[in-house]
Design a protein around this ligand. Sequence first.
Ligand code: ZN
Length: 445
Amino acid sequence: MTEIFRRGEKMMTYIPILLAVLLGSQGQAKVADSDAVKLLQKYVQINTVTTSDLTKAVDFWKQLAAEDNLPISVHEYTPGYPVVIIKWAGTDDSLDSIMLNSHMDVVPAAMSDGWTYDPFSGHLDTNGDIYGRGTQDMKSVSIQYYMALRRLKANNIPLLRNVYMTLMPDEELGAENGMIPFLKSQEFLDMNVGLELDEGTSYPIPFIPVFYQDKVVWQIRVDCYGISAHGSTFPTTDSTATGKCNNVINRFFQFRDEQYALYGKAAQDNAGGYTSINLNRINAGTADNVIPSHVSLVFDMRLGNTVDTEEFDATLHKWISEAGENITLTYILKNQQSPATYTNTTTPYWTAITTAAASAGVIVAPILPPGSTDARHVRNAGYPAYGVSPMPSTELLLHSVNERLNKNTFTKGISFYEKVIKNLANVPGSATAQNPVAYLYKTAE
Ligand SMILES: [Zn+2]
């Protein structure tokens, strides 16, 4: 694949004039803003709700790659969950590459939720808003990456480093079938990644946040077992499953209140200072007149970035044992605390991004978000990663009803990425560390 592409590249450098003549206005049209909007609409129209068949999305990328004569490969680490890699070759294959990641999957959406337009229509209204699931999270970014790279190529701007676009499945459900196995694959190793870009978020003010660390997700199930009897009997509270779970809930909610107080004091740009915790499922009972023998609780937690995970695990077990006998704790999800990527001028990738932003006339600043993205897995694997989605002055509608993005914000984002990718791909080899892990630091032990 690579070889074929290199040959193609050489040809391209010899005949740019001929190509320009051949393509004419068609070549220009391929990088026009209106075409980018149409492409986003087309991509949104492909329903890629996490568990659905992604074949059409893969075909969409295959067709684009064919149009631009780019090597594309598709890998399934879990059957039915394709990972797509598209390569834009740089001139120095020996240097660490830039990985532009996005996920193909989206969270569910239906008209019955209250959408004004079909969430899979990509409807463009008279205000210039493009409606649809994925317009913010994060099909817009995939198209922006692609159009930015297309423009760089059309303008004959060389890339020193290889640039890879990777398109993941299964991000929304935790990446067990996407990013996690991909990071362990030979294909990933072969890419020789130096930096990964991933998703960020929209922001209501004229500002683009850059995520440098994600919070760790822990989900636990607590099962309480106790006496089951007729509803007319009257056992002691602590012998019943509901009584025991009540103790668990009280202890966890005491912790929740403490953390909520920290959340109230936390700076807007730092969600790392507190641990969020929510009781999201309660299951119990077989009949109205039977004391249930089993109650099950599910808590979702996003750990603060200085939380010592071993200590916190021990604390959870202590609270469970204090709540009574025959209570079990099971981890549904227990991510490792992810390191952070440096955001200072000693990191040439950071400088490349901030310089690009300044020349595009936009403000960027580092933020630690309350949620998490695929980038946490990348950092855990030892590679620096930044999360950025250029959607300033935009209502936060990720996962929401009427998710939409204004076409002007969308097309400005293409220009932003054009500058960012150009800078990142041209960071000289002498400027970067031997091992990209040098750009990571731990915030908790
Ligand atoms: Zn996302």
